[in-house]
Design a protein. Sequence first.
Length: 250
Amino acid sequence: MKRFENKVAFITGGNSGIGKAVAMLMAREGAKVVIADIKKDQQAIDDLLKEGREIKFVACDVSKPDEVEAAIATTVAAFGSLDIAVNNAGIVDSSPIHEKPVEEWQRVLNVNLNGVFYGMKYQIIQMRNQPSGGAIVNIGSIMSQVAEFGIGSYASSKHGLVGLTKVAALENGVNNIRVNAIGPGYIETPLLMDNAGQGSEYRTYMESKHAMKRLGKPEEIAKAVLFLASEDASFCTGAYLPVDGGYLIQ
Ligand code: NAP
């Protein structure tokens, strides 16, 4: 039997980068997967359908609570339960605090922190109604613990995400709902590479910040997400797990 057979997984931002890697690995390990994203990657969905996997796309902007509530209701209506939720959708900012437009601050917080709150609110309501409970994995960042120039909104949202994860874990420990967070180092995804560019000086700088002197791959984060979402992590809750090639030890 596969690790996620008979499990229903809901993944935000699942059309690209880390979320897409999580969706593909979970589907291949037997889960019924719902991707909630603002845009659709039909190719990835078709590839998984052709392999005989159960996968569904729901259009959802995580910064809009009514869309998040509806996406979770659609998931339960389609597949009968919600066993795993991965709150992954995220965006970045790039201006110093004294120059940052208020709109930029609000946009990043709305997606990265409010979006995780909306997700967990409706995920937990559903999971509390199931005797089997569930597992939630929130995608933080190394910037949940440290900082970098120009990402005041991003670092604030990711620090906040860890606090929210811990509170959710405390509130739901006796309801058989585990809530954990992962802190990726710099990972080769569109989010990062669209800003950095291949072979650029900035890439070399980013690589140098990790003890392993390279960027991570989306699948390397996805494997840690699957661990925390699985029964292998049955006594893990409220944890923040860095998966960062040694970024934080330097
Ligand atoms: P990505 O490749 O840009 O994928 C993120 C996905 O989320 C995209 O499909 C994006 O759509 C979607 N999205 C954006 N805003 C959304 C919204 N409001 N509602 C629903 N979906 C939305 O990014 P990634 O690098 O995989 O990042 C995934 C998560 O990992 C983020 O939370 C990020 O902060 C975190 N992380 C990434 C790194 C890294 O180095 N890549 C490091 C640490 C943490 P669009 O493409 O249309 O925007």
